[in-house]
Design a protein around this ligand. Structure first.
Ligand SMILES: [Zn+2]
Length: 403
């Protein structure tokens, strides 16, 4: 304020002179930065006497540059993917299996990293959707309808069946947890499910589970799918929660289930998530309790996560590798995905004849009769580079609100 007031009484020439002096000062600073940076890149032995003197004179600049470099290094290290060596991995999985056996109420949080084996791109890995968009690259999608539950999805369903896991909270929209056979009540799909469209006009939320990606016409703040509710004729909407949106749908988000599970949890296992979004949901971490009363945290992820320092154990491994070892440790048979048992086929609502043309996405091929469908599939094979409606869009549009 004072500065502005003082500038207010200056003449036009004086203001111009001040502005010019400021520009010159900035230019000089930039020049000093460039020169210091060049000197610092040399080894100490190679620096001339003049250069050494310059470093001494520009102590502040040198400090500032060192600080910037260390920040850059930290950032780079956080993005690197690290793999524990096989012996280390085994040792850690033994610890994890002990925790799983002893847990009274275990909750699993999953992210895109558990689906990469199903060739669904993750968000923040080196080739993740978010990373590529940040670099201004174009993201092309593999056809998501061809993805099937991975070994990790199947192992999680098995652990639930064995009553070793109580609830699963997922950030993934790919619907693969549901397709692995995990019951709805044990699952919270916090960011939606690409196969589910809902009518929010009908008094109790009416769900339509489809065998195709329903998000083809939807985007950030635009959720209408173009199809109508069979009961009330209102427009259906997708269930996807984009970056910057707040998810309020009861299903498939099931926030109630997620919160209740987190409150009861004594062990939380995070699989394949950068936790950058999940960490913002305070209710999932019991952060209102003193540290020793919070659930024990086990993290499996290749990259750094913001919860690493709070974790009882951090495993740098691929989820499929870790889960395979874990099943061995627990003496459980490795489950295999069987399309004939995929519950989505039984849950899905067929399109009516007049709705047949309402989408152009490939269907999840049903078991056995897949040969019959070949003809239909061939006609849409050219469209595999179409960007899936739910990912990519709105990725950098602000942050999610705290819950
Ligand atoms: Zn309706």
């Amino acid at each position: 304020m004072e500065e502005a007031g003082r500038l207010g009484v200056l003449s036009r020439e004086e203001r111009k002179a001040l502005e010019k002096a400021k520009i010159l000062r900035q230019e000089k600073e930039r020049d000093t930065f460039r020169r210091v940076s060049k000197i610092l890149r040399k080894s100490e032995a190679d620096r001339t006497k003049d250069e050494q003197e310059m470093l001494q004179q520009c102590e502040d600049t040198v400090q500032e540059m060192k600080l910037r470099k260390s920040k850059r290094d930290v950032l780079k290290r956080k993005q690197e993917e690290v793999l524990d060596d096989p012996d280390e991995l085994k040792r850690k999985v033994k610890l994890l299996s002990a925790a799983v056996r002893e847990a009274k109420h275990m909750v699993i949080y999953t992210g895109a990293g558990i689906s990469t084996a199903a060739s669904i791109p993750d968000y923040r890995g080196p080739n993740g959707v978010w990373t590529l968009l940040q670099k201004g690259r174009i993201v092309s999608a593999t056809d998501l309808s061809e993805a099937e539950p991975t070994l990790t999805h199947m192992c999680i369903a098995k652990l639930y069946e064995e009553k070793l896991v109580n609830h699963v909270v997922s950030q993934n929209c790919d619907g693969l947890h549901l397709r692995s056979g995990l019951p709805r009540h044990a699952l919270s799909e916090l960011h939606g499910n690409m196969y589910i469209e809902v009518c929010t006009i009908c008094s109790s939320l009416r769900e339509y589970i489809r065998l195709f990606d329903v998000t083809e016409r939807t985007a950030l703040h635009r959720h209408g799918t173009g199809r109508l509710c069979h009961k009330c004729k209102g427009e259906l909407r997708d269930t996807i929660v984009h970056f910057g949106e707040r998810g309020t749908l009861e299903q498939p988000l099931n926030w109630k289930g997620a919160e209740a599970a987190a409150q009861k949890a004594d062990v939380i296992l995070c699989l394949g998530s950068s936790l950058k979004v999940l960490k913002k949901y305070a209710c999932l971490w019991c952060m209102n309790r003193p540290p020793n009363k919070r659930p024990k945290l086990y993290i499996v992820n290749l990259q750094w996560t913001p919860k690493d320092d709070l974790a009882a154990l951090k495993i740098h491994g691929k989820c499929d590798d870790v889960l395979k070892l874990l099943m061995e440790e627990l003496n459980l048979e490795l489950p295999v995905y069987d399309k004939a048992k995929d519950p989505i086929f039984g849950m899905s609502t067929s399109l009516r004849t007049e709705e047949a043309e309402s989408h152009s996405r490939k269907l999840i091929a049903p078991p056995k009769v897949s040969e019959v469908l070949n003809q239909d599939q061939e006609s849409s094979e050219g469209s595999t580079s179409v960007l899936g409606g739910w990912f990519g869009r709105g990725c950098s549009k602000g942050r999610k609100k705290k819950r």
